[in-house]
Design a protein around this ligand. Structure first.
Ligand SMILES: NC(=O)c1ccc[n+]([C@@H]2O[C@H](COP(=O)([O-])OP(=O)(O)OC[C@H]3O[C@@H](n4cnc5c(N)ncnc54)[C@H](O)[C@@H]3O)[C@@H](O)[C@H]2O)c1
Length: 250
């Protein structure tokens, strides 16, 4: 018996990194997984590798009509939704002085509008079918001052607070829908390579030394997402799960 047996799950940003690893893990644990992403070719490849328990949907999370189409597709394929992982994200670097308003809006459109829309459309379905679990990917960039990634960290801060508001809303309405955020530290994915490259632009060499906290494989985050998606975490709601090997508290 898998930890997600028969659960119907959507994972956004599932063509790469943490999303792709989570999709594989969910399928191993008995879930039916709808993978979504703007990177269609990679997403279809991950979905084909997983096999019959996965299906890929092209999806720009910043677009409301894309959410409507994906939700309809998932419901017509599987009949219900139990778990949503709002994982899609982009790195937008820049300080308060160098960032443009377009940079700021670009970060927000994917990571704030995307999470807002995902929660909204998931709740509309889950509340009619006995509940569910929503997991939103924030970042330790939402906890600490990140002068060189201002648009990104601002968006990730909003993800934390959206998650808590959704958790309390659903608890007050007795929807049996939990909503938690995950705050990863340094995880070895294509986005982390972008962080390293952007840091080289802003920081002097002496500040570019690898952190003693190291960096983890995406499975470190996928395992936390699995716990939050499963019924093992049934009393965990509105929590912020920091997974960073103590990086953010040093
Ligand atoms: N890697 C890290 O160190 C780290 C740390 C903290 C938080 N995170 C967060 O974890 C999540 C996953 O990141 P990752 O490291 O796996 O990055 P990644 O770049 O490997 O994957 C992100 C995925 O999101 C997709 N995406 C981007 N814009 C999209 C859009 N508009 N609609 C749909 N999909 C879109 C990309 O195509 C990509 O497949 C992100 O939200 C990221 O901010 C990552």
């Amino acid at each position: 018996m898998g930890r997600l047996d028969k659960k119907i799950c959507i994972i956004t940003g599932a063509s790469s990194g943490i999303g792709a690893t989570t999709a594989r893990l969910f399928a191993q644990e008995g879930a039916k997984v709808a993978l979504t992403d703007i990177k269609v070719e990679f997403g279809e490849q991950v979905s084909n590798d997983i096999g019959s328990s996965a299906k890929f949907f092209p999806h720009d999370v910043s677009m409301e009509n894309d959410w409507q189409r994906v939700m309809q597709g998932v419901l017509s394929e599987y009949g219900r939704l139990d778990v949503l992982v709002n994982n899609a994200g982009i790195l937008v670097s820049g300080t308060i002085e160098s960032s443009t308003v377009d940079d700021f809006h670009r970060a927000n459109s994917v990571m704030v509008d995307g999470v807002f829309l995902g929660c909204k459309y998931a709740i509309a379905e889950m509340k009619n079918t006995g509940g569910g679990s929503i997991i939103n990917l924030s970042s330790i960039a939402a906890e600490i001052g990140q002068p060189h990634f201002l648009p990104y960290s601002a968006a990730k801060g909003a993800v934390r607070t959206i998650s808590k508001s959704v958790a309390v809303h659903c608890q007050m309405h007795k929807y049996n829908i939990r909503c938690n955020s995950v705050l990863p530290g340094a995880i070895q994915t294509p986005m982390f390579d972008e962080v390293k490259n952007a840091s080289r632009k802003y920081l002097p060499p002496e500040l570019l030394k690898p952190s003693p906290a190291g960096r983890a494989d995406p499975s470190a985050i996928a395992n936390m997402i699995l716990y939050l998606a499963s019924d093992e975490s049934s009393f965990v709601n509105g929590a912020e799960m920091v997974v960073d090997n103590a990086l953010s508290i040093q």
